[in-house]
Design a protein around this ligand. Sequence first.
Ligand SMILES: NC(=O)c1ccc[n+]([C@@H]2O[C@H](COP(=O)([O-])OP(=O)(O)OC[C@H]3O[C@@H](n4cnc5c(N)ncnc54)[C@H](O)[C@@H]3O)[C@@H](O)[C@H]2O)c1
Length: 228
Amino acid sequence: MRAVVTGGGSGIGAAVAHRLADDGFDITVADLEPDAVATDLGATGVRLDVRDEAQVARTMDGVDLLVNAAGIGSTTSAPDTPVEVWDDVFAVNARGTFLCCKHAIPAMKAQGGGAIVNVASIAALVGLKNRAAYCASKGAVVALTRALAVDHVGDRIRVNAVCPGTIDTPWVERLVGNAGESLDALRARQPMGRLGTPEEVADAVVYLATAEFVTGTILTVDGGLTAA
Ligand SMILES: NC(=O)c1ccc[n+]([C@@H]2O[C@H](COP(=O)([O-])OP(=O)(O)OC[C@H]3O[C@@H](n4cnc5c(N)ncnc54)[C@H](O)[C@@H]3O)[C@@H](O)[C@H]2O)c1
């Protein structure tokens, strides 16, 4: 079984790639920087920009499982968001996810079925402060997930999404480093008093990838953050 993991070069995508490799999938790590993880896994690495339709189309041949983990963030309220930032965030998170699904689905259909797991965020479900573009883009990913699940259930293609809470990846390191957010403040708002691990998100991705009666499901993996 061939699995393509976008964003597989770091963080959540890298943990998913490791876990799927352990489970016997033939992995393609598709990322702007795929090499370190691909080499580590002895997997195929593809330098992919998910915004580029021609590159995406070339990457999806023969795919059985697609995990869309490539993503970028934003750290401003709407009035403070330059339109270029809005467009970049949507280009990677919403358009990129759409393009990968658009080209994976015909390949899956030709093989009699497949599965897609999109990595959205709790930002799709609750308003996070100073994340206007990011919240909206992940909302688009959740809505797209449901639309695809309905359109392709008859093709034996299941489409689901995970909504991680705050997960300990280089992403959070950048938030703390560049956007001046405090790690203690991030931890303090977690009901479990800690951030999630990329491996804990990978567990949920593997569940959605393999649960045969589950499609159109949006699964939060947030340590109880949105239950409050
Ligand atoms: N870390 C968190 O707290 C958290 C929470 C909720 C959702 N998420 C989502 O999880 C996903 C993975 O995030 P992460 O925390 O592992 O961050 P990360 O920065 O460690 O990994 C993101 C990866 O996406 C790749 N990427 C970025 N733009 C790309 C593009 N145009 N084409 C191809 N690859 C591209 C990067 O190179 C990087 O390897 C993202 O979609 C993010 O929105 C993260």
